[in-house]
Design a protein around this ligand. Structure first.
Ligand SMILES: *Cc1c(COP(=O)(O)O)cnc(C)c1O
Length: 399
């Protein structure tokens, strides 16, 4: 490869079709059609389909939870659940800053103030110690999001919530399928929220769900997704038009059927990256715990002191090759402009970490050959960084 072969310097991109960092699962078409066939025949293409109940049963089982309530998407699932769980009259939600970009908005939709906290320098996880620093007399709820690879100290978070008598909600979108100390994710805290957006582990085109062991919460959430009205026509709570529709449930069912194959593929890809990245100085693969079940959905790498280009340069060069690499949760929420009030201090670890991590292509449409090619490019960048930086600088000067 020559310098001019890089797409950023005028060469052809490595991939004609972009390789994404999203999961983008495409389940067996026949299975999907089988699941919607009954509804299609009955002319039942809205929310009152038996398939919704079947899906909720299956998801509850997967997560080891008593109840599952499906909703139109992950964001509104979180809003409705926080609304049910929050301590009324209190104003703040505790959450990490280095996390999913919409979390602050979710609090703002409820007129609550997101109180951003730090994460751990080594694991990227929100820790009980960091959460405790944010807790005060205004705290309405503790919202714990897991990092993209591996899981927070759930036991520690449960203890913390008990100590301060706070409701505890997990956003476990990135930990679907994982197990913690022998117990599936989805069965912890007051409730856990998930998404089945096309980019997530389970693809339902769009949608979400909440798992809980609390029957009263499940009842209120069922009402909340249906304008606040329960099955007897009584107004139970504040609601929205937030039900999942049956074609989305059918798609999610088809994905559930293929889950084990999907994890096998993800795992194979992960180990392919692991072997190939091993001797690249400056790039460290963030590894999954081998002890318990994981989905291996995301390929996250750290660019350490020995990596000779900035993350932005690295991202830009690879993106030009149609490798849709992405920065890890950037910018962190406490550095983002918002139209609503937030509580944001100086978060030392988050700021130290925020420009060091990136996601590499993964999922159904990435195979081992693709990974070889991706790592070849990474190797080329590592070896030829001097020329690359110089040429980038010259290019910038001309523009
Ligand atoms: C995608 C995502 C959500 C929101 O889910 P949608 O279905 O897209 O609204 C919430 N939390 C996390 C961590 C996510 O990745």
């Amino acid at each position: 490869m020559e310098l001019n072969d890089l797409a950023i310097f005028g060469g052809n991109p490595a991939f004609e079709k972009p390789r994404s960092t999203s999961n983008l699962t495409r389940p067996d078409k026949e299975l999907f059609l089988k699941y919607i066939e009954q509804d299609y025949k009955n002319g039942n293409l809205s929310c009152d389909s038996p398939i919704i109940e079947q899906l909720e049963k299956r998801l509850a089982k997967l997560h080891g939870a008593k109840y599952c309530v499906t909703v139109c998407n992950g964001l509104w699932g979180l809003v409705l659940t926080i609304n049910e769980l929050r301590i009324k009259g209190k104003t703040e939600i505790i959450m990490p800053s280095l996390t999913y970009r919409r979390m602050g908005d979710i609090a703002a939709w409820l007129n609550l103030i997101p109180h951003f906290c730090d994460v751990d320098l080594n694991t990227l996880a929100f820790t009980p110690e960091a959460a405790e620093k944010g807790i005060n007399e205004n705290t309405a709820l503790l919202l714990v999001l897991h990092p993209i690879v591996n899981i927070c100290d759930i036991d520690g978070m449960i203890k913390l919530a008990e100590k301060y008598q706070l409701p505890l909600l997990f956003d476990s979108v990135e930990s679907t399928y994982a197990v913690y100390n022998g117990q599936p994710i989805g069965s912890f805290g007051n409730a856990e929220c998930f998404s089945v957006h096309a980019s997530k582990f389970l693809n339902g085109f769009e949608g979400g769900y909440i798992t809980t062991n609390d029957s009263s919460l499940a009842r209120r959430l069922r009402a909340a997704r249906d304008y606040g009205i329960d099955e007897n026509g009584r107004c139970l709570t504040l609601g929205i038009d937030g039900r999942l529709i049956s074609p989305h449930a059918a798609m999610t069912m088809a994905c559930l059927d293929g889950v084990e194959d999907q994890v096998k593929k993800n795992k194979k890809n992960f180990y392919k990256y692991k072997v190939l990245l091993e001797d690249i100085e400056g790039m460290e693969l963030v590894e999954y715990s081998e002890k318990e079940r994981r989905s291996y959905k995301n390929i996250l790498v750290k660019l350490n002191e020995k990596w000779p280009l900035t993350r932005d340069e690295t991202l830009k060069i690879l993106q030009e090759e149609n490798m849709v690499v992405r920065p890890y949760y950037y910018p962190p929420l406490h550095l983002k402009p918002t139209v609503y009030k937030t509580i944001r201090g100086h978060l030392k670890n988050t700021e130290q970490l925020m420009e060091k991590y990136m996601l590499l292509p993964s999922g159904e449409f990435v195979d081992e050959k693709d990974i070889e090619l991706i790592v070849d490019y990474i190797k080329y960048l590592r070896t030829n960084y001097k020329e690359i930086s110089n040429t980038l600088r010259k290019q910038a000067a001309v523009n």
